[in-house]
Design a protein around this ligand. Structure first.
Ligand SMILES: [Zn+2]
Length: 396
């Protein structure tokens, strides 16, 4: 990651020098206003919603020739764009038939989805495709998936060490656990047979730092930590982990200067970790609850991280003027970072209380994602909107 720390620092300092302390917007008028350390110039802290939507819609219609090298990731583009539009509150129904039609051509007759038509079925595009179909949210979209073949595919991907292979003869890592179990949860085909050995495998990948690594013996990492914890939250088994160690690791990944998250120790802040790290906190809240919240005094008005500085980093440093969001200043906007930066911002705007810690005015408020599982109501921990989650659970 050749970053632009000097430019990033300069960018933030320039903005900060124009800001003065005031209050942050609270959506709940009855809730006490929350003091934050900036926002006198809140008009400057503005989500460029229309620019992002226009850029996303252009991407949904066609991609330039230099994307040809990503021909094996096509369901991912559908998901990144559809979910970003959903979080921005503007996934129009007319996109749903197009999503269902294209993804139906990526489904393999033996189960699972490939990165493109006639390619090898793979767990990563399978997760992306099923998630995008949930976003589409129509009966036509739900009917695309051959659930019996999908179950066979997921069982075929189970590996002897407890996790899931990404594809036939492929690698086994933490992504496989999350992709397989999230898909099974979204499609209502999650069984004890599928979950067998998973908690033990994930616990073996929790490192001395507290987070979860991609594979046993490697370094704790934000993306794999989210995948491992979310998998266990879906199954209601998150208390198998050392949750205190996990929390201690996670809180040190939000950088005090930039406000954003790094993915692992000694790395630069990157906007995609706004979701991979930021969504860990509501999951940890749920994990402690699953373990018996009477054992742990859970905070009632925060989720252990600072939402306003995170939103400041995303809104001031990561929005590209031409639309889309980027990893950090001096980078180009891309669909992956747009999806996960917006998802992380959405997670940070809804905490465990009735407060909505929102930086700027109500125009910056995003739709709520389903990063927080709630086993009491049998809802999964997946990355689609709460409305999409409700609809799919009703259908299947
Ligand atoms: Zn990134």
């Amino acid at each position: 990651m050749r970053g632009a720390p000097a430019e990033l620092t300069l960018s933030l300092l320039c903005h900060l020098s124009h800001l003065r302390a005031t209050r942050v917007t609270s959506v709940d008028a009855s809730a006490p206003a929350r003091h934050v350390w900036l926002s006198g110039a809140q008009a400057e802290i503005c989500l460029q919603r229309e620019a992002h939507l226009a850029w996303l819609k252009r991407g949904f219609t066609s991609l330039p020739p230099n994307f040809a090298g990503l021909d094996a990731s096509r369901p991912w583009f559908v998901f990144w764009i559809a979910h970003a539009m959903e979080v921005l509150g503007d996934f129009d129904d007319h996109w749903a038939p197009k999503v269902a039609s294209f993804l139906s051509h990526c489904q393999d007759p033996t189960g699972g989805f490939a990165g493109g038509p006639s390619q090898l079925p793979h767990l990563a595009p399978t997760y992306a495709a099923v998630s995008a179909l949930m976003v589409a949210g129509t009966e036509e979209a739900y009917q695309v998936v051959d659930r019996a073949a999908m179950y066979d595919f997921l069982m075929r991907m189970k590996s002897p060490e407890g996790g899931f292979k990404m594809h036939d003869e492929g690698e086994t890592d933490m992504r496989g656990c999350y992709c397989a179990i999230a898909v099974a949860s979204m499609l209502h085909i999650l069984t004890d047979e599928l979950m067998e050995g998973i908690p033990e495998y994930i616990c073996r990948c929790q490192t001395w730092e507290g987070g979860i690594a991609g594979e046993e013996g490697l370094e704790a990492h934000g993306g794999y930590s989210y995948c491992g914890l979310a998998t266990l939250c879906i199954a209601g088994k998150a208390d198998a982990l050392d949750l205190h160690g996990f929390l201690k690791w996670a809180v040190h990944k939000q950088m005090t200067h930039e406000g954003g998250f790094q993915g692992r120790a000694n790395k630069l802040v990157d906007s995609c970790y706004s979701f991979w790290q930021g969504a860990i906190f509501p999951l940890l809240h749920e994990a402690f609850r699953q373990g018996g919240s009477e054992k742990v005094p859970l905070p009632k008005d925060h989720c252990w991280f600072a939402p306003e500085p995170l939103q400041m980093y995303l809104l001031l440093a990561c929005q590209h003027p031409a639309g889309g969001l980027r990893d950090k200043p001096n980078k180009s906007a891309d669909f992956y970072h747009t999806c996960y930066a917006l998802s992380g911002m959405a997670v940070s705007q809804y905490d465990v209380s009735n407060h909505t810690p929102l930086l700027g005015d109500l125009g910056n408020l995003l739709e709520r994602t389903d990063a927080r599982s709630d086993q009491r109501k049998k809802k999964p921990s997946t990355l689609v909107s709460k409305d999409a989650t409700f609809s799919s659970w009703h259908y299947y």
